[in-house]
Structure formats: structure tokens, C-alpha cells
Ligand binder design. Structure first.
Ligand SMILES: Nc1ncnc2c1ncn2[C@@H]1O[C@H](COP(=O)(O)OP(=O)(O)OP(=O)(O)O)[C@@H](O)[C@H]1O
Ligand code: SF4
Ligand SMILES: [Mg+2]
Length: 356
């Protein structure tokens, strides 16, 4: 969580575009997003289903479904070269199976996601899979790798780890499986953990335990976390910074405290209304966002949020695309004409809009 420590930048994503060619046309799943993650920090990525959150995470790891791929932009990852000095790799320019990418995936960046069953093979024990992962990147004996696996299972709170290490993933409960997936992801001390809806499938109590665990592990290891979720409550608890995504782009970003207390984009405001304790006591009188997110094929003209926006400005929002720009006097960035009106256009927010 927020602390006054100067952190080095770890990842910088600049104007990333990731497209999936399909028989029906090109799906522009991510269409120009920029953000940064610093060492040891947590970035929350939020937005409704289909807005491109997972595609951003998978682009950073270059594990996109073929023939999808990064079309444009930069994914600048700071890593250590063989002589121990720091260097920056543009992941967007790497082939998915290159040596560099395999090394980044195994040693630098790990992924956990909603369904742990699919990250484990049903025919190998959990321990064997962890040992394989550890030995792929470290010159250790089988016995040492097994000891490390047991240690990791213990560190994520799995009871009787020396026995569980020889079990199969289907023998564990949902919560324990999620813990085992985290242990597996941590087996190479990643600098960044991409957690894609890590608790969505879990009951509320287990969800809280897993989030606590991630926080503890982050404190111990100093790793950064990119936490992808549709749940702003989770972001409020866990993240330092937030990126709000809509239809493949960022519409607002900044420190969580600033964005939650002073949301500037009508979409962010709409999302925040779904968590009453954070947004305020007037929840019953505030409407939620109308309509649904369009498919990327049906990207609206002008501002992509315009068909759902309570602050829509006719003749401006439907014909121009707002740029994603810094807000004066804050660390927030926003793409909305209410804040950056085109020349000669005067804007006034609605009561529900930006006036408070
Ligand atoms: N392999 C693919 N082929 C074609 N389209 C895809 C593919 N993967 C994702 N998409 C499309 O890209 C868009 C973004 O999908 P993505 O899974 O990144 O969204 P998301 O924000 O993670 O959604 P959710 O909250 O449901 O997980 C969606 O319109 C989706 O249908
Ligand atoms: S640019 Fe216009 S339509 Fe888009 S969010 Fe701002 S006010 Fe709403
Ligand atoms: Mg997703």
C-alpha cells in the first residue's frame, strides 16, 4: 500500500495495441493503453468484462492466443543482464518463444489467474511441477528443489506441505489450489506478479485470506503486483495506483487515493457508485452505468463511452476522440472533454457529473 518510498520503475507500457485477427474482422482488444508499474508497487487494472484487462496482462507475457499479437506500442521491462547490470527490454518487439521471453516469463514475471485447475497438470503432482519450474531456472538438485517447493507451499499457508507436495491439484480445495498456484508462481521469485482476477471464483472468506497472503508475500519479497479485477473494493484494499479501462483503452489513471476521492471520468464515477462505503452515503440516489460495453467491432464514433455517458456533449463527444492527458495540479490522467475541451467548446458538467 501507499508509502513514501522512492521506487525504481519496473515496467512502462506505451500506447500498447493488441489485436486478434478473426474471420469476422480484427478485434482491437487493446487499442492504445499506457501505464507504469514501479518496483514493489501494486497497480490495479479495473473495468467491465471485455474491456481488455486480461489481454494487457497476456501481452506483457507474450502469451496471446494465436494469431493475436502485439500490433504496436512499447512494453519496456527493466531486467538484469548477465553481468548484473540493469537493462531495458521492449517485450513488444520480442518473439513469444525467444530466449529473452522464456527467461522473463520464468524468472521475472509470473501470472496467476482465476482458474487454478488449468495451471496445473492433472497427471503430475504439485511438487513435481514446482520442482520442474525451479530447476528450469536454477541450478539446484532435485532434493533441493523439493525442499524449496515444500518451503513455498508452507509460505502460502498450505497445511502439511511435506505431504501436500506429493498430491495432485484435484486433491486440494479451491482455496488451497489457489494458494498452490501462488506458490508455483513464486517459485522463481518474480519481480512482478500479474494476478488476473485471482479471487473472483472464491468465497468471500477465502478471497480475503488470499488477498492477505498476496500482501504479506509482497512485503516479504518486494515484488510488484498488477492486480486485474472488476472489483473496485479489492483495488481499494490492495493497490497504490489504478488504471480504469474502457474498450481497450485507459480512461483514467492515478494514485488510488486520488482517483477514489476525486474521480474525474464519468465511467470511473459510475464504477465507484457500485461500492457504497467508498463513494459515500448517497448511494441509493445514484444511478449505476446504463447500457453495456460494446464489442470492439462496434466501437462508437468519438468518445467510446459516449453512448453511456450522462455528461455527453452533443457535437463534441460523438465526433472527436478525447486524448488521455494529465489533469492540472493532480497526478491523475483522464480522457474526457469535460477536462480537456476542444478549442472553442465550453463544457458544463451535469449534477451527477464533474461538478463536485
Ligand atoms: N483469442 C481471442 N480472439 C478474439 N477475440 C478475443 C480473444 N481474446 C479476447 N478477445 C476479445 O478481446 C476483448 C477483450 O478481452 P479480454 O479477455 O482481454 O477482456 P477482460 O477485460 O479481461 O474481460 P473479463 O473481465 O471478462 O475477463 C473482448 O472483446 C474479447 O472478446
Ligand atoms: S468525452 Fe464526453 S462522452 Fe466521453 S466521457 Fe467525457 S463527457 Fe462523456
Ligand atoms: Mg479477463
Amino acid at each position: 500500500m501507499t508509502e513514501a518510498v522512492k521506487r525504481e520503475n519496473l515496467l512502462t507500457v506505451n500506447d500498447l495495441k493488441t489485436y486478434f485477427p478473426t474471420d469476422e474482422g480484427v478485434v482491437k482488444a487493446v487499442d492504445g493503453i499506457s501505464f507504469k508499474i514501479d518496483e514493489g508497487a501494486t497497480l490495479g487494472v479495473v473495468g467491465e468484462s471485455g474491456c481488455g484487462k486480461s489481454t494487457v496482462g497476456r501481452s506483457i507475457l507474450q502469451i496471446l492466443d494465436k494469431p493475436g499479437g502485439v500490433e504496436d506500442g512499447e512494453i519496456l521491462w527493466r531486467t538484469d543482464s548477465l553481468d548484473g547490470t540493469s537493462m531495458v527490454v521492449d517485450v513488444a518487439r520480442q518473439r513469444p518463444n525467444s530466449k529473452t521471453m522464456r527467461s522473463i516469463r520464468g524468472q521475472d514475471i509470473a501470472l496467476i489467474f482465476q482458474e487454478p485447475m488449468t495451471s496445473f497438470s492433472p497427471v503430475h503432482t504439485i511438487g513435481n511441477q514446482m520442482m520442474e519450474m525451479i530447476r528450469l531456472h536454477r541450478d539446484v538438485s532435485k532434493a533441493e528443489a523439493k525442499d524449496r517447493s515444500i518451503e513455498l507451499l508452507q509460505s502460502v499457508g498450505i497445511p502439511n506441505p511435506a505431504q501436500r507436495v506429493d498430491e495432485y491439484s484435484f486433491q486440494l480445495s479451491g482455496g488451497l489450489r489457489q494458494r498452490a498456484m501462488i506458490a508455483m508462481a513464486l517459485s522463481c521469485d518474480p519481480k512482478l506478479l500479474i494476478a488476473d482476477e485471482p479471487t473472483t471464483a472464491l468465497d468471500v472468506t477465502t478471497q480475503a485470506q488470499i488477498l492477505d497472503l498476496l500482501r504479506q508475500l509482497q512485503e516479504q519479497n518486494g515484488m510488484a503486483i498488477m492486480l486485474i479485477t472488476h472489483n473496485l473494493g479489492v483495488i481499494a484494499e490492495m493497490a497504490d495506483d489504478i488504471v480504469v479501462m474502457y474498450l481497450g483503452r485507459a480512461v483514467e489513471s492515478g494514485p488510488v487515493d486520488e482517483v477514489f476521492h476525486n474521480p474525474q471520468h464519468p465511467y470511473t464515477r459510475g464504477l465507484l457508485r457500485s461500492i457504497p462505503s467508498i463513494y459515500g452515503s448517497d448511494i441509493k440516489r445514484l444511478p449505476s452505468i446504463t447500457g453495456t460495453i460494446p464489442h470492439p467491432f462496434n466501437r462508437p464514433a468519438g468518445c467510446t463511452f459516449s453512448p453511456r455517458c450522462p455528461d455527453f456533449i452533443e457535437g463534441t463527444c460523438d465526433s472527436n476522440e478525447p486524448a488521455f492527458k494529465s489533469m492540472d495540479g493532480t497526478s491523475q490522467m483522464v480522457s474526457c472533454f469535460l477536462h480537456h475541451p476542444p478549442q472553442g467548446v465550453e463544457v458544463t458538467a451535469t449534477e451527477e457529473g464533474t461538478s463536485d
